[in-house]
Ligand binder design. Structure first.
Ligand code: ZN
Ligand code: ZN
Length: 319
């Protein structure tokens, strides 16, 4: 039913899922660049297509709706919300009553800007495991959101400019939603601002924000991607305080590596207990892990699952 050849392909067909090189037809789980290329034909949610059109352009695209099976080369393909970023999806593929679920990137802890995850059951599961080591446990979301707002308050109170650093798609919009809801005005760097406009088209409201203008930063929270902190304009800014938003902030050395003053584990991925809960809900008889530590498959086996890492070079018949 499935073949793995540095990417997942539907067996006997030329349809791929999230493959890392350009192909003719690919189902794309979401708009992050490690999952999408400018394929000849992309099958994805309307929001993912809008994001990809803006980021890399499109050749041809076909919209798939959450929960509605689409028939293709004898397979049935159904997308389910993944809770990761706007439009993100898990991909359930069925043939002759057998089911394979590809998780894509997912988050089960809730999000301010992504559709809540819906987890289907499946026989075979291919799951991401970005934070698949036991010490990756994120605090409760409400607590992290509160810490983010407190950072902004403290920084303004000290007469400094709060600079929130995060990935341009997904993380920046989460930060905007939380900071905007707390009543602060924001100046958003161009890549994140472009993505925020797509979010707005789909009904997400961010509050008081504008594109970053160096000459008008008064009383504004800056939202920028990591590379922007190295630009001359920000590197030279004296009265700033920087905060990086990432699940990797759980590692104590993280903020030194990324050279920010602070870091908070606001993640759009599941943490270790979240990955375990997800595996339990899918209730698959066989699990392959991808996008993360091989060690996670070992932890799944400890819990009684038949699990193994999906090896990058291997050719493997999955079904
Ligand atoms: Zn992603
Ligand atoms: Zn990813």
């Amino acid at each position: 039913m499935f073949v793995y050849e540095r990417g997942i392909r539907l067996n006997g067909s030329n349809v791929w899922v999230d493959v890392g090189r350009k192909v003719e037809t690919c189902i794309v789980s979401h708009g992050h660049m490690d999952h999408a290329k400018k394929h000849q034909l992309i099958l994805a949610t309307e929001k993912t297509i809008a994001i990809l059109k803006n980021r890399i352009g499109l050749n041809d695209a076909h919209v798939l709706r959450y929960g509605e099976p689409f028939h293709l080369d004898g397979f049935s393909v159904t997308l389910y919300p993944a809770g990761h970023i706007l439009g993100s999806a898990q991909v359930l593929i069925e043939m002759n009553g057998r089911r394979l679920l590809y998780s894509g990137d997912f988050n089960i802890a809730g999000s301010a800007t992504a559709e809540p995850i819906e987890i289907p059951e499946s026989d075979i599961l291919i799951m991401e495991c970005t934070f698949g080591k036991p010490h990756y446990r994120f605090p409760h979301r409400q607590q992290i959101e509160q810490q983010l707002v407190t950072f902004v308050e403290r920084t303004f109170a000290a007469g400094k400019v709060p600079v929130v650093v995060g990935y341009a798609l997904g993380k920046s919009q989460e930060a905007m939603k939380i900071i905007g809801a707390a009543g602060y005005a924001m100046a958003v760097h161009s890549a994140a601002a472009k993505m925020a406009r797509i979010y707005e088209q789909y009904g997400i409201v961010f509050g008081d924000w504008q594109s970053l203008n160096k000459d008008d930063l008064h009383d504004k929270v800056l939202i920028v991607a990591h590379h922007v902190t190295k630009t001359r304009f920000l590197a030279r800014m004296q009265n700033k305080r920087t905060l990086f938003l990432s699940g990797w902030a759980v590692d104590s050395g993280f903020r030194f590596r990324v050279r920010t003053d602070e870091a908070l584990p606001l993640s759009d991925h599941a943490d270790f207990p979240g990955l375990m809960r997800y595996a339990k809900q899918v209730n698959a008889r066989q699990i392959f892990t991808t996008h993360g530590f091989d060690e996670f498959a070992y932890h799944l086996r400890q819990e009684g699952y038949d699990a193994q890492p999906l090896k990058k070079q291997a050719q493997l018949e999955l079904f």
